[in-house]
Design a protein around this ligand. Sequence first.
Ligand code: GLU
Length: 448
Amino acid sequence: MSKYVDRMIEQLNKTYPWEKEFLQASIEVLESLRPVMEKDSRYEEAAILERIVVPERTIMFRVPWMDDNGKYHVNHGFRVQFNSALGPYKGGLRFHPSVNLSILKFLGFEQIFKNSLTGLPMGGGKGGSDFDPRGKSSAEVMRFCQSFMSELWRHIGQDLDVPAGDIGVGGREIGFLMGQYKKLANIHQGGVLTGKGQGWGGSKMRPEATGFGVVYFAQEMLATKGDSFEGKKVAISGFGNVAWGAVRKATELGAKVVTISGPDGFVYDANGISTPEKIAYMLEMRASGRDKAQDYADKFGAEFHAGKRPWCTPVDVAIPCATQNELGLEDVKELKKNGVIAIPEASNMSTTPEAMEFLFETDILFSPGKASNAGGVATSGLEMSQNSLRFGWESDEVDQKLHTIMKNIHKSCKEAAEQFGTPGNYVNGANIAGFLRVANAMIDQGVC
Ligand code: GLU
C-alpha cells in the first residue's frame, strides 16, 4: 500500500545509507503514514514527505577548548533545525561521545512529531556535540559550553530556535550556555534556552517533567484495560533525570520500582527504590559525574548485575529511560515471557525495529518515546510561555498542565490509531497524529 511511501523509503535508503539512526526513525514514521497517504493525495501533491525528511538547515561547527592542564581539545558541534512549520525550532542538546549527524537527525526528526503532539507552537530541532562530560571538571565543562555557545549564539533566539537539555546537558550546562549567550548577544533573552535555573526564569517542575509525563501517559494506557500502577512491579533503566522523575511518580502511584541502571550494569533493589533518601541519591549519583549505577548498590546493599540490562527482571511495567535502541528483540521476548503488561518508552527510540515488530504481535501496551516522553518538551513550551509573560506558575499549576497535556497526547494517539485502522497501536497513532498537524501547517504555508 502507498507507492508514494515506497518511493520515499527507496530514496532515503539511497541518499543516506550511512545515517543508520536517521533511517530507522524516518522509515518507522513513513511506514505508519501509509494509510494517510492512501486517503489524501494533497500530501503527495505538496511534496510533504520529500520536504519533511530534509532539515530546513543544519549547522556544523568546530568546538575548541582547553582542559585544566592547558591541553587543547576539539569536538564537533551541531544544530539541526529540522522543521519550523509550527513554531521556532525546539529541542535539546546532547553531549555524548556517540553523537554524530545521524543521531542528531534522528532526534531532530522525532522532535518534530513529539512537539506537534504537545499541541504547543513548537517546531523541531536538535543539537549537541561528541564531547564526553564523564570525568570532566566543572571548569572544563564551563569552558566547553562557552566555546560551544560562541558559535551557536548567532543561530538561536526565542522566536528562532530554543535549545534545552538532553543526555549530558542539565541545569549546570544550561547555566553556562546562558552566561555565554548573554555576553555575546548583549541581551538577556530569557526564552532563548529552556531548563534554566528556577531562580532565573526556569519553569518549576521542568526537571521532573519527562519522568512524570511518561508515568502519566502509562497511567492512561493502563486505564484502557481498567488497570493502574497500584501494586505493580516496575523496571527502569538509566539513573538520570528522566529515570529519577519516573521512579518518583510511579512510587507515588503505588508501584514498586526495583531496578535502575548505568553503563556499568543494573541494580536490583528487592525492597524498592522507594524512600526519599534512595530517590535523592539518584541525583547525587548524576551530579558526581562518575556514571556508575553500582554506587547505589554499594550504598544501599542492593544486588548489582555488572554488564547487564534490567530487562531480565520479572516486572509488570518496563520503562526504558536510558538511550536509543536499548530494548532489543531478546529483551522484549524475555519481558513478555515474564508477563510484562506495559512498556512506555521514556528514552527516544528506545526499541529496535525488530523488537517493535514483535511487540505489535502481542497485547503488551507499548508507546513510542515521541508520545510518552513529550512531557519534557511540553514543560519547556510552558517555560517559554512563562518567560514571555515575565511570570511563573507554581509547581502544582505546572504539574496540572503537564498532566492534562499527557492525557491529551494519549487521546490523540489512541484516536488516530483507531481512525486509521490499527487500534491500540500507539506508534502508528503518534506518528499519524503528530504528522497531520505539521503537514497541514506546511500545506497552509505553501512552498517553503
Ligand atoms: N531533550 C528533550 C527531548 O528529547 C527535551 C527537549 C526540550 O525540552 O526542548 O524532548
